[in-house]
Ligand binder design. Structure first.
Ligand SMILES: C[S@@+](CC[C@H](N)C(=O)[O-])C[C@H]1O[C@@H](n2cnc3c(N)ncnc32)[C@H](O)[C@@H]1O
Length: 285
């Protein structure tokens, strides 16, 4: 583990080029956030306090009229299309997804659903985005912002005093070995806190890295993992983002069935030729 941490600290010394503002509200955000809302709702069926930990939080919420969003126009093929089609199965998520020119990040979605007894912990390594996140939540006692490495936070913040947690790991995949870091992070987190519910987002460019990721989770002995995949087109061109997925460790009761309904609704709007979606089991309980 010491070697793993040293390697990450060395890598983090490099430039962090990724800014989520360029991508806010794109198809991948819609897939991730629709599933994340269902997961959080699922955990809140129990009336016990919950910590929500977002290890790679971003800015918190996004202005779709900002120069960065206007440059890429990624929201046009994502949330803008989804709002226009408004499939009933996505009503909960779309109701939280706000007004035309804005889009919530995972922190804003989690904050909107937080109950009085819950706590939201946000980690962001980019100093400017972390500072913006701090300003956004500075008067909110339910939200704690850390400008730090989200993977290191898994070790530092788990297990939580509440003994219930939903952890979102949503890295930018700027690093070649992000899939392997993710698998190791999930294994470490589950070893520290078996009862936690963990979900991690990944890009689907081609199939092979995802197969290897699933195999790594099996080899590392991460228990009770399901995978929710949505390719909006056939993943044939590995230079493009053709889809994405979320793995969920310890999914709440009925989440897999809800995820199937959500993916089918997303597909009714986003699917192109060769699209596919599935909810499958990666490892047993
Ligand atoms: C995909 S974005 C997060 C989006 C956000 N979770 C959402 O759904 O709204 C990834 C974020 O992780 C940040 N980041 C990159 N490496 C990190 C690390 N090691 N620890 C914490 N944050 C990191 C990036 O600066 C970026 O803001």
């Amino acid at each position: 583990m010491r070697v793993w941490r040293k390697r990450r600290v060395r890598r983090m010394g490099g430039a962090m080029n990724y800014r989520h503002q360029f991508h806010a509200g794109n198809q991948a955000d819609c897939v991730k956030h629709a599933l994340f809302v269902a997961l959080l709702r699922g955990m809140q069926r129990k009336p016990k306090p919950l910590m929500v930990l977002d290890t790679h939080a971003g800015l918190g919420a996004y202005d779709l009229q900002s120069p960065a969003s206007q440059r890429t126009l990624e929201a046009q093929s994502g949330i803008v299309r989804l709002r226009a089609a408004a499939p009933p199965a996505l009503a909960d998520y779309l109701g939280l997804a706000g007004a035309a020119d804005a889009y919530p990040g995972s922190p804003a979605l989690a904050r909107a659903l937080l109950r009085a007894e819950d706590r939201l912990v946000l980690c962001e390594l980019h100093t400017e985005d972390g500072a913006a996140l701090r300003r956004r939540y500075r008067d909110d006692p339910s939200v704690h912002v850390h400008i730090r490495d989200g993977y290191a936070a898994l070790k530092a913040l788990l297990p939580p005093p509440e003994r219930r947690a939903l952890v979102l790991i949503d890295p930018p995949f700027e690093q070649q070995d992000e899939f392997s870091t993710l698998a190791t992070g999930l294994a470490l987190a589950q070893a520290r806190f078996r009862a936690g519910v963990y979900t991690a987002w990944y890009p689907l460019k081609s199939r092979a890295p995802v197969r290897d990721f699933h195999a790594a989770l099996q080899v590392l002995g991460v228990l009770d993992v399901i995978d929710c995949t949505f390719a909006w087109r056939a993943p044939l061109d590995a230079m493009r983002l053709n889809g994405c997925g979320l793995v969920v460790v310890n999914p709440p009761y009925q989440f897999a069935a809800e995820a199937e309904t959500i993916l089918a609704a997303l597909a009714s709007v986003f699917a192109e030729e060769g699209a596919f979606w599935s909810v499958t089991r990666v490892t047993d309980e």
